[in-house]
Design a protein around this ligand. Structure first.
Ligand SMILES: Nc1nc2c(c(=O)[nH]1)N[C@@H](CN(C=O)c1ccc(C(=O)N[C@@H](CCC(=O)O)C(=O)O)cc1)CN2
Length: 286
């Protein structure tokens, strides 16, 4: 049985949403209603759930929202035309095209088509570039959620050694940049890293985003380290598993996130936060 502190993404997410809701109410008095457009192409079952949850979050917080559901064989040009239309739509402050997209659509072309001011995913090269140079930008939701969860533990990131396993554009790379922004010393590991355990065992903060169920066990973890599991892997049994073997890792770790109920719920909450920020900017409010 674990004695480690379990970091509840659900609880942190609820707290942030309460703050957002108050802000939305205050903004309404200034005729500013945040608007989010979510675009789903195809019928991927997990994506359908995430899109429904995004629409529900908008409703709960008092945002305006639109969900555009397109057939799986929708031509790329049609999707681009929709994105261009949403870029021009004044009541929409945030545009999110749900990933993954069907194989015939070039993800990069779609991401690049979203206006950077409405890119609430933080995936557009302009926002990525601003993240790299440390300028204000819309931050990618899952990495921003990871930082919020670490802050919630009360453990200082400054001066700590953070190790990130995984170097994807949507999690590993941005989370490393955000940790550096918090003045952590960051090491990135990936599939070609030699002696990975030697590095991860030095980590005060270990972020795992490899996409392999139960990849990290206790042997990777420094006693007392904060462990953040970004993985969401659907097992053959239908159950969800993280990239971290929770039973094993939590026997030695400090605060640790579970799956489900850890990083996942933060993703949508940070999307709501980004949409609010984008709406305020569009209305000239700081
Ligand atoms: N355009 C984007 N596409 C995708 C993103 C993204 O940030 N932008 N991230 C993921 C999917 N995603 C949001 O879109 C997402 C994933 C997981 C969760 C979540 O709450 N997970 C729960 C478990 C839910 C379940 O039972 O499946 C948890 O971990 O507790 C929310 C949002 C890929 N696509």
């Amino acid at each position: 049985m674990t004695t480690a502190q379990i970091i509840s993404g659900k609880q942190v997410s609820d707290e942030i949403r309460q703050t957002l809701k108050l802000e939305v109410e205050a903004l309404a008095a200034q005729n500013c209603v945040p608007g989010l457009a979510v675009v789903l192409v195809g019928e991927d079952p997990a994506s359908q759930v995430y899109v429904r949850n995004k629409a529900k979050a908008c409703e709960d917080l008092g945002f305006y929202s639109e969900v555009h559901r397109l057939e799986a064989d929708t031509p790329q040009e049609e999707l681009l035309a929709l994105v261009h239309k949403l870029n021009e739509q004044a009541n929409i402050n945030g545009i999110l095209v749900q990933l993954p997209l069907p194989g015939h659509i070039e993800e990069k072309a779609i991401i690049n088509a979203v206006s950077p001011e409405k890119d609430v995913d933080g995936f557009h090269p302009v926002n990525v570039g601003n993240l790299v140079i440390g300028d204000d930008s819309l931050l990618p939701c899952t990495p921003a959620g990871v930082i919020e969860l670490i802050k919630h533990t009360g453990i200082e990131m400054s001066g700590k050694h953070a190790v990130v396993i995984g170097r994807s554009n949507i999690v590993g790379k941005p989370v490393s940049l955000l940790l550096q922004r918090e003045n952590a010393t960051v090491t990135m590991c990936h599939s070609r890293t030699a002696n990975m355990k030697e590095l991860t065992r030095q980590a005060d903060i270990l972020v795992v985003a490899v996409g392999r169920a139960n990849f990290v066990d206790a042997s990777y973890v420094k006693p007392g380290a904060v462990v953040i599991d970004v993985g969401i892997n659907r097992l053959d049994t239908g159950k969800l598993a993280g990239d971290v073997d929770f039973e094993s890792a939590s026997a030695v770790s400090g605060p640790i996130t579970p799956v489900p109920g850890g990083v996942g719920p933060m993703t949508i909450t940070m999307l709501m936060k980004n949409t609010l920020v984008a709406a305020k900017r569009a209305h000239g409010l700081s």
